[in-house]
Each structure stands twice: as C-alpha cells, then as structure tokens.
Design a protein around this ligand. Structure first.
Ligand code: ZN
Length: 254
C-alpha cells in the first residue's frame, strides 16, 4: 500500500514537471531570441523589459523653450532680453511674463498678501558696474586690486551668470515683512506669505527657483523670495515632482 502511494506521488511529480516545463519553455525561447545576450536569466530579462518598454513621461515643455532657459554658474547668458516691460515700481521684466505676474500679484492680494518686488531684470552691464563700484570701494580702503575684487565678489554674482539677466526672475517679498525691516532672509519661507508663495506660484507659471536641499544642483542657497517664470504646466510638473529647473531640463533632454 505504501509502495503504491509512493509511486503515485512520483508519477504526479513527473507529470507536474512536464506540464510546468512545456508552459515555461516558449517564454524562455522568446526572451532569448529577443535579446542578443541570451545568457540573461528570465527574471533579469523581465526587469529589462519593464525598463525598456516603460513609457517616457510626457513633459509639458521642450528643453529649448524660452521659458526653460537655464542661466547659472555653469551657463552664462548668451542673449539678453530685448522686449522688456516696466512694472509699476519702475523695474522691468520680460514682457511675455507680465500678465502672469499680474495674475499672481492679484491672487496673492486676494489671499491677504501684498507683494513687493525687490529686484527684477538686471542687465549684465549693470551687474558689471556694481562689481566695479564695490571693487573700487575696497581699493579706496587700501586693499590690493586682487583682494578688492575678491571681497566685492563675496556678495555678488559674476556678471552674466545671474538669472536676473533673463528678465524671467524676480525677488518678491510681502510688504508687511519688508516694512518690518526684513530683507531677503531665509526665514521669509516660514512666514504665511512665504508658504503661500511656495504653494501657489506654480499656478501662475512660476517656481521658487532655489530650493532647500537642492543647493548642489542650483549652485545657490535656498531663496524663498526668488521666483522664476517657467510656464504654468512646467511649473506645476516641477512642483508635483519636486524638481528644480536644472533637473527638469535634464530629464526632458534624456
Ligand atoms: Zn533673485
């Protein structure tokens, strides 16, 4: 009796093995023929397939769109904007983003925040004259030419490498915060207005350009006041996926 049961079990096992082999075989063969490196195990092949057939995300923008222009410590501005529009405070921005800023300003007001623009478009020539002026003040104090330049540059961006040259960036604060004697300080990000900006600028086409934790990528410390126009869909995508401009453009290019 025990013998019969034993043989029965063996037969079952053999039958099961044959069925399993027949089912499995076509899959292995198809993987091997579709991949030139036939020695890859089936699980590895499956992983590769997932990566190669997974669709590339559809990005709203293209890397060479004007809204996605990257100017940073590695990318000098090539062409300065020519079509600028004056803001009520006399500063200028690229005319193409004027309406978007107006909409943002209006929405902020509705939410209870009066925005004030500290800085907008700055030409390369203007930046050069600021560097020259500050260097001169150190020269006047008796420092050597090299030392004077070094000291001046501690607080200034190299002309040509500032995003403010694009006309697409602005430094924005809340009026009460500013009137209380505060300037461009990190703590602004913790205020109600700073938090509102962080949450909402994307709906008007802007991003908080220099994010905390992304300093190595942007080359700039966290600046909760520096907003940059990238277009509404790009801005919302970047916000949703926690990407700074450098990362976003890099992903689109891939
Ligand atoms: Zn700025």
């Amino acid at each position: 009796m025990a013998k019969k049961l034993f043989f029965g079990l063996i037969l079952c096992f053999i039958a099961f093995s044959i069925v399993f082999y027949v089912q499995k075989k076509p899959e292995l063969v198809s993987h091997q023929t579709s991949d030139s490196s036939a020695m890859i195990s089936s699980s590895e092949t499956r992983d590769n397939e997932t990566t190669s057939t997974s669709e590339k995300p559809i990005y709203p923008g293209r890397a060479d769109d004007w809204e996605l222009l990257v100017v940073n410590e590695k990318h000098k501005i090539k062409e300065e904007p020519t079509d600028l529009k004056e803001l009520p405070n006399g500063m200028q921005i690229d005319s193409r983003i004027f309406d978007s800023y107006e909409a943002l300003n209006k929405a902020a007001k509705k939410a209870g925040f009066d925005l004030t623009i500290i800085s907008a478009y700055r030409s390369v020539a203007e930046q050069e004259s600021i560097v020259a002026r500050d260097t001169q003040s150190y020269l006047d104090q008796g420092f050597s030419e090299e030392e004077s330049k070094k000291r001046a540059m501690e607080y200034l961006t190299v002309p040509g490498l500032s995003e403010h040259h694009t006309g697409l960036a602005m430094d924005v604060l809340e009026e009460d915060w500013y009137n209380d004697g505060n300037m461009l300080e990190e703590e602004f990000g913790e205020t109600k207005a700073g938090k509102w900006l962080d949450e909402n600028v994307c709906h008007y086409g802007f991003v908080i350009r220099y994010q905390k934790g992304k300093e190595k990528i942007t080359g700039i410390n966290y600046e909760p006041w520096h907003i940059r126009y990238v277009g509404k869909e790009n801005a919302e995508y970047m916000k949703d996926h926690d990407l700074v401009l450098e990362e976003y453009v890099e992903q689109i290019k891939k």
